[in-house]
Structures are given as C-alpha cells and as structure tokens.
Ligand binder design. Structure first.
Ligand SMILES: Nc1ncnc2c1ncn2[C@@H]1O[C@H](COP(=O)(O)OP(=O)(O)OP(=O)(O)O)[C@@H](O)[C@H]1O
Ligand SMILES: [Mg+2]
Length: 167
C-alpha cells in the first residue's frame, strides 16, 4: 500500500493529475473517505491528467457524470444510492464492460459489484485543517506498476520549486 500526505486541496488535485496519464480504458477506481475528505478534488485532478477540459463537479445528486478526455471518464458517486438495483437500471453492468475509465466515490458501498482488479483509494482527514492522507491499494500487478509511476510524478509535482533535483 502506498500513502501520500497533502497539505492543501491543490496538492490532492496534483496527485490525481499524476495518475491521469497512467489510466487505460476499463480501469476501475473505488474511492473512500468521509464527507468532505477530498474525493471529488482528487477526481478533478485525475480528469485534468486525462485531458478533460470540462469542469468536473460532484455527481452526488445525479449518480454519474460523463467526461471525454483522452479516454471516456465516468465519475460516479453512490452516496445516495439505496439499492444496487438503481445502479443496474442505469446501466452499471454495461459501464463496467465498456471502454470507460470509472471512478466511484463511496465505492466500498458497492464492493460486491466491482472486479478485484481495481484500485482502491482512501482519503482521510489529517491533524491539520487542510491535511489529508491518501492511501492507495492496488488490485493486481498492473495497478502496482501504475502507482509506482504515479508516485514518481507526484513527488516531482509536489516538490517545492527551488528544491534541488532528487538523487
Ligand atoms: N489537502 C486537501 N485535499 C483535498 N481537499 C482539501 C484539502 N484541504 C482542504 N480541502 C477542502 O476539502 C474539501 C473536499 O471536498 P470534496 O468535495 O472533494 O470532498 P468529497 O470527499 O468528494 O466529499 P463528498 O463525500 O461530500 O463527495 C474541499 O472544500 C477542499 O477545498
Ligand atoms: Mg465528492
């Protein structure tokens, strides 16, 4: 498991952005963390990293938003979901088999519907007001490789501008 700590929303967005270039059609990501943890903020970065130029807003009330970047992105939020049936009615099974990248806020709630080969991301509040701790659990080797590239990119992006080059 990989963990990264951020001190501002901008940093969480950068970490999302660093994963964007690694994503491929069919990738599934389940996001956890309490209300206001920063799940949507992280997805905004991820969308930017995928080349989405539209504004990414929370799909809490509509269940899903679709964006187009280098790949199709489905941003789902199951917080208000009452039954799995609602998701099935919306075409969730087709989404899973489609070439879209799917990111699901509160994904734990629908764990039985998700493939094992998924990335799980948890965001927790830290000790300070704007501190967050992001942890990444890769389901399978492909995710392990994507995460290691992501963390390299993220560390570069998060380094202070006047820091000496690493190594
Ligand atoms: N380090 C940080 N990372 C992310 N967000 C932060 C951070 N510090 C402060 N924030 C603020 O926390 C809030 C996170 O909101 P966001 O909508 O992303 O949460 P969420 O996890 O998607 O919540 P919900 O469960 O309601 O969908 C934003 O207002 C953001 O500016
Ligand atoms: Mg949200």
């Amino acid at each position: 498991m990989l963990s990264l700590v951020t001190q501002a929303a901008r940093e969480t967005r950068m970490i999302g952005e660093a994963l964007g270039p690694e994503l491929a059609p069919g990738d599934i990501i389940a996001l956890g963390g309490e209300l206001g943890a920063g799940k949507t903020v992280w997805v905004q970065g991820l969308a930017a990293g995928l080349g989405v130029s539209a504004t990414v807003t929370s799909p809490t009330f509509t269940l899903a938003h679709e964006y187009r970047g280098r790949h199709r992105l489905l941003h789902v939020d199951v917080y208000r979901l009452e039954t799995f049936g609602e998701l099935v009615d919306l075409g969730f099974e087709e989404w899973l088999e489609s070439d879209a990248i799917m990111v699901i806020e509160w994904g734990d709630a629908i764990r039985p519907l998700l493939p094992d080969r998924r990335l799980e991301v948890d965001i927790r509040l830290g000790h300070r007001l704007e501190e967050r701790s992001l942890s990444f659990r890769p389901g399978g080797r492909e995710w392990v490789a994507k995460l290691s590239r992501m963390s390299r990119t993220a560390k570069e992006l998060l380094a202070p501008p006047d820091a000496p080059p690493p190594g």
